[in-house]
Design a protein around this ligand. Structure first.
Ligand code: GDP
Ligand code: MG
Length: 177
């Protein structure tokens, strides 16, 4: 299809981090292949998925990295962060603990990544709004205080997934161009 023969102007590495089971792999499946699975196995093997898209008439290859079940605190290696120009810190809006752990992920990210990295906080599973455990105001306030982009998404319903990735990629492009 369209990606064939296309000249790539930029490759942007973006890393997904956050607790296990928050939906990182499904967000990636939705963005890269428009797929979703309710019984996703703990991520195996694949290090990253790519999607080629156009921003401002430039061809950008987004290379999105997914943790391979290394979500335990400090288990993600520095190689994972190396060269990353964007990061999505994902929590599950029905699991308070996954939001409380965002500070740790941010700390770890800031310890490993370039200081100009574009970071977005993602509250995933917005389709389960009746089970909400993290008020949107708490997340917004935290994101504002830490200078992060913020969005609630649903990988299941495909809500805001495209917008979230495009916001990060466009901001990266804006910074480097
Ligand atoms: P990861 O460990 O962070 O990679 O999480 P997964 O992507 O494997 O997702 C963990 C579980 O949450 C799986 O059962 C997914 O189907 C489910 N899940 C992921 N995203 C959503 C979502 O947006 N809504 C709902 N309801 N479930 C989701
Ligand atoms: Mg996973």
């Amino acid at each position: 299809h369209g990606e064939f023969n296309q000249k790539i102007d930029y490759v942007f590495k973006v890393v997904l981090i956050g607790d296990s089971a928050v939906g990182k792999s499904q967000l990636l499946a939705r963005f890269s292949r428009n797929e979703f699975s309710l019984d996703s196995k703990a991520t195996v093997g694949v290090e990253f998925q790519t999607r080629t898209l156009n921003i401002d008439h430039k061809t950008i290859k987004a290379q999105i990295w997914d943790t391979a079940g290394q979500e335990r605190y400090r288990a993600v290696t520095s190689a994972y962060y190396r060269g990353a120009v964007g990061a999505m810190i994902v929590y599950d809006m029905t699991k308070r603990q996954s939001f409380d752990h965002v500070v740790r992920w941010l700390e770890e990210l800031r310890g490993h990544a370039d200081k100009n990295i574009v970071v977005m906080l993602i509250g995933n599973k917005s389709d389960l709004s009746t089970l909400r455990a993290v008020p949107i105001e708490d997340a917004k306030e935290f994101a504002q205080g830490e200078d992060l982009f913020f969005m609630e998404t649903s990988a299941l319903e495909s809500t805001n997934v495209e917008t979230a990735f495009l916001t990060v990629l466009t901001e990266i492009y804006r910074i480097i161009s």
